[in-house]
Design a protein around this ligand. Structure first.
Ligand code: ADP
Ligand code: MG
Length: 288
């Protein structure tokens, strides 16, 4: 049977906006040694904005935004939303066909009967597009038209206001290792990790690479303590399930992530993770 004070712990956590789906997760949380974060939407607020458009020679910048906005017409990925927001013209859905969104890559679509690729270097390599970029900061969205490179869009995400504090508090409550996983570029990951004081990062990961990364970290944590993973996206559901403790961002997070998680943070503030560990430890202290 479950001791009564566990309900006190779960109730106390819920008053802080931390929903714990069972007393076993509260207990595991008290033993957390490693905390792994997904970057976008978890440590950053997930609302990107376009900061620059770099057309190739003789290409109209408006063409790049128009092509990208049409290719992203059916996507609600934060990157897609930023492109549609930056494009001021109308989106004509009759011009769009064969849309395929590729997780961790970007989008492939046919627009005006021409093949359009909008996404990262992996997508360009696959499509055999000869691309290049000139900007090292920000997330880069390459655009090609019938295999020809027409330019790139630079977008930036904003780090959550309490993210640095969240990492500092985790280290203060005794978490030994913090790791960030992202599908984004190495340059962006390195800058975010350094700014937040995160111990390690793994960049340019596909959704399945994130599962593999967490499995490796679980191996390294065996016998020492528990591993918590914090994420928000549809792609994060398998990783949330794999971790000892899956924590989802509830306000902006996808239904799949909330469903797969063991703990849900109602207000999306990463600093609530250290609070939850604190509540768990207090409860365990009473129970033991
Ligand atoms: P994260 O790991 O940061 O949460 P995702 O796994 O959602 O990010 O995406 C990883 C990368 O895949 C993005 O940085 C982007 O380069 C590319 N990508 C994913 N979806 C799209 C899209 N709809 N349009 C353009 N690029 C995309
Ligand atoms: Mg994500």
């Amino acid at each position: 049977s479950v001791p009564l004070s566990f309900f006190g712990g779960i109730g106390g956590a819920s008053r802080l906006g931390i929903l714990v789906k069972g007393s076993n997760y509260l207990e595991a949380l008290g033993d957390t040694e490693t905390v792994v974060f997904d970057k976008t939407g978890t440590l950053t607020d997930g609302t990107f904005s376009v900061v620059a458009v770099h057309p190739e020679t003789d290409v109209d910048p408006d063409l790049i935004l128009s092509v990208a906005a049409h290719a992203e017409a059916y996507s609600d990925h934060p990157i897609a939303l930023s492109v549609k927001e930056a494009y001021s013209g109308p989106i004509d859905r009759e011009r769009i066909a064969d849309v395929e969104e590729r997780g961790g890559h970007g989008v492939r679509a046919t627009i005006d009967e021409r093949v359009v690729l909008v996404g990262n270097d992996k997508l360009m390599c696959e499509g055999g597009v000869d691309y290049h970029d000139c900007e090292l900061t920000g997330t880069i969205l390459h655009v090609s038209l019938d295999g020809e490179y027409i330019g790139h869009i630079v977008i930036a995400d904003v780090i959550k206001e309490d993210a640095a504090k969240a990492i500092a508090e985790l280290h203060a409550v005794g978490v030994k290792r913090t790791v960030m996983l992202t599908g984004d570029r190495k340059e962006v990951a390195a800058a975010v990790a350094a700014e937040l004081g995160i111990d390690e990062y793994r960049a340019q990961l596909l959704p399945q690479d994130k599962v593999a990364a967490v499995e490796k970290l679980l191996d390294e944590t065996t016998g020492k303590g528990k591993l918590a993973f914090v994420g928000d996206g549809i792609n994060d559901a398998p990783v949330l399930t794999r971790a000892d403790i899956g924590i989802a961002m509830g306000a902006m997070g996808s239904d799949a992530a909330i469903e797969a998680a063991d703990i849900v943070l109602m207000d999306d503030r990463p600093s609530n993770i250290a609070k939850a560990i604190h509540v768990a430890r207090k409860t365990m202290g009473i129970v033991r």
